[in-house]
Design a protein around this ligand. Structure first.
Ligand code: ZN
Length: 268
């Protein structure tokens, strides 16, 4: 019963929230066959070495890359009509394999993920991906759907309880539960298209900063191998690793061929 509510809410949120499922920029297409071949590549070399360094090293590297990337990203923010082209990075000293951005515009990078990244270019790729969620306005879209999900969840559960003959206190309590469920559904709404869009924009952000895209691309091979270890929240929201590898390679080819080093807007 609850499960069907949750599915229904997710659909309702997507229908109502503008931009859900759509992207502002043209994404490189990835065929099933291409994704399958990339998955075979990943399986053929399953080694997943770690390169643990000190927290001081990570903090210094993040600060340096933050300045380097942020100084050169203005043109991409302008094209995406980003409200605030500012980024606040935070290093998190724990083992979780995770990186994320929140509704306040803060970006968190966990040591558990950084330990798997060999070069500064790879760390920069993760940073540029999280920046790109902000640049493309995904955080605003996601925050709206969290609020909307909570609202719809509250309404549906409250109405359901009232219909089932519960008194007002009971209906209010049920509405509270519904808001909680609805809100959590909303939290998962960085769609896979938004993740793909963040990867595409990241390629442009890195290129503008003069960062080697081939070296940065190892990040996506690492992420594909980490899929099995990642937090479920990461797995739920991020596209399958092999598909991302193919899309990244196509994004790199697109950036290399681009004369203005700006992503192409999708036509509405
Ligand atoms: Zn992401």
């Amino acid at each position: 019963m609850r499960a069907s509510h949750v599915v229904g809410l997710a659909v309702a949120s997507c229908l109502i929230v503008q931009g859900c499922g759509g992207t502002a920029f043209v994404l490189p297409p990835v065929s099933d066959r291409e994704a399958l071949l990339a998955a075979e590549e990943v399986d053929a070399n399953p080694s997943l070495p770690q390169f643990p360094r000190s927290s001081a090293y990570y903090r210094e590297t993040i600060n340096r890359l933050d300045r380097h990337l942020t100084e050169r990203v203005a043109a991409i923010c302008a094209r995406a009509e980003t409200a605030e082209c500012r980024f606040a990075f935070h290093y998190v000293d724990n083992d979780e394999v995770n990186a994320f951005t929140d509704e306040n515009g803060d970006i968190y990078l966990h040591r558990g993920l950084l330990d798997h990244l060999e070069s500064d270019e790879e760390i920069a790729a993760v940073m540029a991906h999280e920046m790109s969620h902000q640049i493309a306005g995904h955080v605003d879209e996601s925050t709206r759907s969290v609020l909307l999900g909570a609202l719809i969840g509250g309404l549906l559960m409250g109405v359901g309880a009232a219909a089932a003959g519960a008194d007002q206190d009971g209906a209010d309590a049920m509405a509270g539960v519904g808001m909680d469920y609805g809100g959590r559904v909303g939290l998962l709404t960085f769609s896979k298209e938004q993740e793909r869009e963040a990867d595409l924009l990241a390629a442009y952000v890195l290129a503008r900063a003069g960062i080697d895209l081939q070296r940065a691309g190892r990040t996506f091979e690492v992420l594909a191998k980490l899929d099995g270890y990642a937090l479920s929240s990461w797995r739920n929201t991020h596209p399958a690793g092999a598909e991302r590898i193919v899309a990244w390679r196509k994004a790199v080819a697109e950036v290399d061929a681009s004369t203005d080093k700006l992503p192409t807007m999708a036509i509405d």
